[in-house]
Design a protein around this ligand. Structure first.
Ligand code: ASP
Ligand code: MG
Length: 449
């Protein structure tokens, strides 16, 4: 058994779904369980309509919903007309409720956004049947059981895995292609939940772990992971093989190829995760494996995160006092602002954030006990590779490559498999190019292509 996950752009139209069907057909002997996202930009569309309704703009909300319904009807098999219309009627009723409440509570966010995957999974299952592949649709909410944290629910693993064993596995063993939606689940008492935006990869990984799949395939629209972000530096090389630890680090630093949480259930069950391209299925993609990947290149990939803000906090009064760091982090926590990189000295702390909505309030709070300065328009460059911890001279090579760049902060993560530096946004492309030239001048063919 394998799990094959297809994202929104891979199922954005009837034609795209037909391409997916051929990719699945070529792997029928591996007993695929197929996990799909909502079609195209459906999730955004549903949320936008709901926000309008909650804002009292019921008519505009209906127009947005109608547009989505027309799109869905156009791309789905004609036999699903009644099914689709019924679902959009239900959605219309929820919009009425939102207009009455005048608010968009998280339970409704989950309930309404769940329709994207509920529809797409049914549409894909029916399309497969029409194309001559015996398939069966499963409502993912009956399998993926979660806690009650709406919009950010966490799976209850033992229960979910038991459902995978009792529902998904027997169907896949029967030789039917099982199709279910990603992203959505339900609480034990039946309330619809979601795993958070982009959560379909996570679902695929959970289902894969639950059925004991031999492989989890994440089908995207890129040829896998690259040695650098193509939006910043074109011409990077494909990384054929990478470890879970390295992939997680890259995902965290914004390599948009997979959701960071994806790898967790896969790692625990030691199931390889493949990143593949549904527009170029012949490409072998990137294989993410549990064990360390030996490579002559110490760095596997260079990740970047733009739009970073650096906050410097200094306090002579707090010199050596305990509780200083606690006070700082407590403030960021209270304003729900995640902190990425941290670097400390005896009298100062520097940290980076990428969410700045509450920055003013945070600075005001911190200024009660420290001097605070803020630097904006920065980027993090992160070199990732398990070789970094074992190989002497990596830092010297990295800093040598960017010697003309003004570095605002540096950090070697506790995991020792990343080396990060903060640079000015405008210096980012040149710095990445210099680092890429330094670390990828020659390639270990076992790992790169
Ligand atoms: N449809 C959901 C989203 O757009 C989940 C996913 O695509 O992974 O966030
Ligand atoms: Mg996605």
């Amino acid at each position: 058994m394998i799990v094959m996950k297809f994202g929104g752009s891979s199922v954005e139209s009837a034609a795209a779904i037909a391409r997916v069907a051929e990719i699945v057909r070529a792997r029928l002997d591996q007993k695929p369980v197929v996990v799909v996202s909502a079609m195209g930009k459906t999730t955004n569309g549903l949320l936008a309509a709901a926000e309008l309704a909650a804002d009292g703009q019921r008519e505009a909300a209906q127009t947005a919903l109608d547009t989505l319904e027309q799109f869905t009807l156009r791309e789905a098999d004609g036999s699903l007309r009644g099914f689709i219309e019924l679902h959009f009627q239900e959605l219309g009723a929820f919009l009425d409720e939102l207009t009455q409440i005048g608010d968009f509570p998280d339970q409704y966010v989950d309930l309404i956004s769940s329709y994207g995957e509920r529809l797409s999974s049914k549409i894909v299952a029916v399309a497969f049947e029409k194309l001559g592949m015996p398939s069966v649709h499963v409502d993912a909410r009956e399998v993926l059981i979660t806690d009650r944290r709406h919009t950010q629910a966490a799976p209850l693993y033992p229960r979910t895995y038991a459902k995978c064993q009792s529902i998904l596995k027997p169907l896949a063993e029967l030789g039917k292609v099982v199709v279910l939606g990603g992203f959505i689940g339900s609480t034990q008492d039946g309330f619809t939940t979601t795993l958070g935006r982009g959560g379909s990869d996570f679902s695929a990984s959970i289902f894969g772990a639950g059925i004991g799949a031999s492989e989890i395939q994440i089908w995207t629209d890129v040829d896998g992971m690259l040695t650098c972000d193509p939006r910043i530096l074109p011409g990077g090389h494909r990384v054929k093989l990478i470890s879970f630890a390295e992939a997680a680090e890259l995902a965290y630093f914004g390599a948009k190829v997979l959701h960071p949480a994806t790898v967790v259930p896969a790692v625990e069950k030691n199931i390889p995760v493949l990143i593949l391209n549904s527009r170029n299925p012949a490409s072998p993609g990137t294989r993410i494996v549990a064990e360390t990947v030996a490579s002559a290149n110490v760095v596997k990939s260079i990740a970047c995160k733009r739009g970073i803000t650096l906050v410097n906090i200094q306090s002579l009064r707090m010199l050596m006092a305990h509780g200083f760091l606690h006070k700082i982090f407590e403030t960021f926590n209270r304003f729900e602002t995640p902190v990425d990189m941290v670097s400390t000295s005896e009298v100062s702390v520097s940290l980076t954030i990428d969410m700045t909505e509450n920055l003013e309030a945070i600075v005001a709070e911190l200024s009660k006990f420290a001097e605070v300065s803020v630097e904006r328009e920065l980027s993090i460059i992160c070199l990732v590779g398990e070789g970094i911890k074992k190989t002497p001279g990596v830092a010297a090579r990295a800093f040598g490559a960017v010697r003309t760049t003004n570095l605002h902060m540096i950090s070697q993560g506790a995991s020792l498999l990343n080396l990060s530096m903060v640079v000015e946004d405008r210096e980012l492309p040149a710095a990445v190019a210099a680092l890429h030239a330094e670390f990828f001048a020659t390639l270990d063919e076992r790992v790169f292509e």
